[in-house]
Design a protein around this ligand. Sequence first.
Ligand code: PRX
Length: 554
Amino acid sequence: MAYNAVDRWINTEKRNQVAILYVNERGEEKKLSYYELYREVNKMANALKNLGVKKGDAVSMYLPMCPELIISMLACTKIGAVHSVVYSGLSVGAFVERMNNAKVKILITADGTYRRGKIINLKKISDEAMLQCPTVETVIVVKHTDEIEMKELRGKELSYDKLIEGEPGECECEPMDAEDPLFLLYTSGSTGKPKGIVHTTGGYMVGVSTTLKNIFDIQPDDTYWCTADIGWITGHSYVIYGPLLLGTTTVVYEGAPDYPDPGAWWKIIEKYGITKFYTAPTAIRHLMRFGDKYTRIYNLSTLRILGTVGETINPEAWMWFYKNVGKEKTPIMDTWWQTETGMHLISPLPSAYLKPGSATKPVPGVFADVVDEKGNSVPLGTGGHLVITKPWPAMFRTLYEDEEKFKDVYWNDIPGVYKAGDMARKDKDGYFWIQGRSDDILKIAGHRIGTSEVESAFVSHPAVVEAAVIGKADPIKGEVIKAFLILKEGYQLKTKLIEELNAHVRYELGPVAVIGELEEVDSLPKTRSGKIMRRILRARDKGEDVGDTSTLEE
Ligand code: PRX
């Protein structure tokens, strides 16, 4: 992977082409050519080797969108180590869980990250997490912002700059089998524990490069920008690996979409002449609120293809994006895929006939269907489970140390196919319309978070005895959290406690866990085996009929 994404370009005309174009919300930039990236990756790879990191070892990163994150990931890849990136928007509880599950020995973190005019102190979060991560032997610290006062590095802490100082800019690639693990990436499941998705080398490399090439029609003169955070699968596949495998210039942006003003992204598109732009429906809905004022100020005429991912794009947002950003000339690629799938599975190609809100059809070589519980295809126009009926190159291979769950969740429920966990329908033209998750996973601003993870965060507060969480529709974020809480005696759901609970959940999970509403209840609907029936809470919340309650105990 490291050879194909970096090394091979240095003996071609791409040697001096910009590989990574880092830009932040302050307007600062840093460019790394393929040759510079090559040297930096090699230095870090050598430094990691000196620390004893070997093929198969797990290295974690808790870093902002910065070149050092990409360099560290590629350095791991170069020596065959498995990277496990933890999204820097997750907080202590979620972070600790992910580190301990993978028994990580080395963590790479930074002092802070820029976000909407502020600096978030990542080192502080990491310090708190490290108190609960006994396996970590070394913490490498990147000095990314100049404004955070850091205490002297102590004990197991090392400075990134010092670590790579004097390291040679050459390093041999570790030979990898196609099936050797490339990375681990945790994602929320329907139980409290996040799942460690394991991706391997060969198929992933083929899958992400082919889909990016075909769906975004990557050309030698492209400046490609995917706004996803590297801490999620979209960042892995389509900010780093896909673009570098194709020798493209990939833009890496650190900051908020609307800072210093809601024209921030459009300004970047104008300044760098972005040709391909890939983002999320939630960001479009957010920026859409400002009308066409900002999209008119900047020249967006370099854009040739737009893309979205993470949730269904509502037709209104689609039309706004199409008219105001694409100026009715650029097609929109609504790409459906998952952390597990590694690559786009259902998506138009640029020449396709588009229907706003539909991800259209499986990409060439991928086979999907909509089926009932038994696996029989349902008639056109009818909703059912979205399944993939044949293997695809970038498919995940297992869940880290949990092969049983891997089989149960994805393969055994509906035999013979991959069950995606989404509901969908196919229309008379064979177009797929995704209807949302069939399990207890929320999509908040396109970020995946399990209801039981949120419930655990609530009950770890002393005032809460029991919690049940459902998603509540939100015009910008798609979904936010609605929690039903049983409180301990003596507590009341008043302003002070509400604020405390908000802060507590944020501390445990991070800003991804957006709370919309809290409601105090005396009991929760449960099955005889004690499972919370969220379906009933959802129906009641919407004022709908609660349906079959024969399995209800309480
Ligand atoms: O529900 C689907 C939704 O996002 C889920 C996967 O989330 P995650 O693993 O975090 O990966 C997101 C980025 C690939 C899916 O099960 N989803 C993703 N893309 C779309 C979508 N829903 C509708 N349309 C899409 N284009």
